[in-house]
Design a protein around this ligand. Structure first.
Ligand code: LMR
Length: 400
């Protein structure tokens, strides 16, 4: 009965790892998936996470019962505080409903399905380009996907005029997906002034902001600084959605731990919204897993653990920032043609190099360097040892 099926292509991002794993070369380098690596090229489990896991293991009072449909209550409260700020009026007024979901993707999907069912305008605008999974998540959630201009290839920066024009002409009520910080794949973020203009435009047109916050603390090293755009919107009292992921900032990739917060107009509405979100979750996966959320809640709850986390988080962010400089310097040293200053201007996990798919294919074939075909490089996968190899490959790709 399945004989008619054609073989589907690999995922454009996760498929890069599949191809990398098959490569036998000792110099192979995976700069595809956005996952942090140490200077030795190894995945990192944060010390604070290891410590909390040990505590959880030793706590004989813990069990493996089902969590509620909305997840771990402490985790939800603390996650809302982390993104919206401890003194957020929306939290104090009980206008925020937060549910634990399966990392950022799961939070976006639950939010998307909730909106498709209950929100009057089923159009979502995504930045062009955006994370490759966004259009699929929202289309399958039942929303109609459109794009707004975001990136200007000529300047390798923000197409702010285009963004304002496209968001400004979106039908009233449209959902606007915004990357909270460290835009994926471009590494280009609006400035604080530009964010304020975007906020005014979105509110004046009665559009609905939906933030994807996958890199809080990972972009600048500061949890508060990276949450500023979200807090700017929350401060005006309007409605919004936020999807949070702990994959990158706590290194909990495979634990699939994240949260969806919906900021409402009143506490009463928030209670009704939550009751409907539960109806989205229950038939999808019943309730979320307990382990990762327990780790996050323990870290967010305890002052010492929280401080330890922020130090480790900053170290990851700083290593990525220093990779940018080393990468840029290596191309300068080789006299590689072109302006590469965007490498040090862009922010977060990725550099959007401007390399085209042919150049990427050449680098994979000749240098065993793996990256997405749009020329995105995961800076977190790079180390002092591998920078020269990457720079050699890029130099060869652009001068051939
Ligand atoms: C990425 O963009 O590489 C990450 O967000 C991982 C993923 O799931 O695509």
């Amino acid at each position: 009965v399945f004989a008619h099926l054609v073989r589907a292509p690999e995922d454009p991002i996760l498929g890069v790892t599949v191809a990398y794993n098959k490569d036998q070369s000792p110099v192979k380098l995976n700069l595809g998936v956005g996952a942090y690596r140490t200077e030795e090229g190894k995945p990192l489990v944060l010390n604070v996470v290891r410590r909390v896991e040990q505590q959880l293991l030793n706590d004989k009072a813990r069990n493996k019962e089902y969590l509620p449909i909305v997840g771990l209550a402490d985790f939800n409260k603390l996650s809302a505080k982390l993104i919206l700020g401890a003194d957020s009026p929306a939290i104090q007024e009980n206008r925020v409903t937060t549910v634990q979901c399966l990392s950022g993707t799961g939070s976006l999907r639950v939010g998307g399905e909730f909106l498709a069912k209950h929100y009057h305008q089923r159009i979502v605008y995504l930045p062009q380009p955006t994370w490759g999974n966004h259009p699929k998540v929202f289309t399958l959630a039942g929303l109609s996907v459109k794009t707004y201009r975001y990136y200007a290839p000529a300047t390798r920066g923000l197409d702010f005029e285009g963004l304002l024009e496209d968001i400004g002409s979106a039908p009233s009520g449209s959902i606007i997906l915004l990357h909270a910080c460290a835009h994926n794949p471009t590494g280009v973020d609006p400035s604080p002034d530009q964010w304020e203009q975007i906020r005014q435009l979105i509110r004046s047109k009665a559009l609905l902001p939906f933030f994807d916050s996958a890199y809080q603390g990972f972009a600048s090293g500061s949890l508060d600084a990276d949450a500023q755009p979200v807090r700017l919107f929350a401060a005006d009292g309007g409605e919004m959605l936020v999807a949070q992921s702990y994959a990158k900032n706590m290194g909990l990739y495979g634990e699939r731990v994240g949260a969806l917060s919906i900021v409402c107009k009143s506490a009463d509405v928030a209670i009704r919204v939550e009751s409907q979100v539960k109806l989205v979750i229950r038939p999808m996966y019943s309730n979320p897993p307990i382990h990762g959320a327990s780790i996050v809640a323990a870290i967010l709850k305890d002052g010492d653990l929280y401080n330890e986390w922020t130090v480790e988080l900053k170290a990851m962010a700083d290593r990525i920032i220093s990779m940018r400089q080393q990468f840029f310097d290596a191309l300068q040293a080789r006299g590689t043609p072109g302006d590469w200053s965007h490498i040090i201007k862009q922010i977060g996990m990725f550099t959007f190099t401007g390399l085209n798919p042919e150049q990427v294919a050449f680098m994979t074939q000749e240098y065993h360097i793996y990256m997405t075909s749009d020329g995105r490089i995961s800076m977190a996968g790079l180390s002092a040892k591998t920078v020269p190899h990457l720079a050699d490959a890029i130099h060869a790709a652009v001068t051939r």
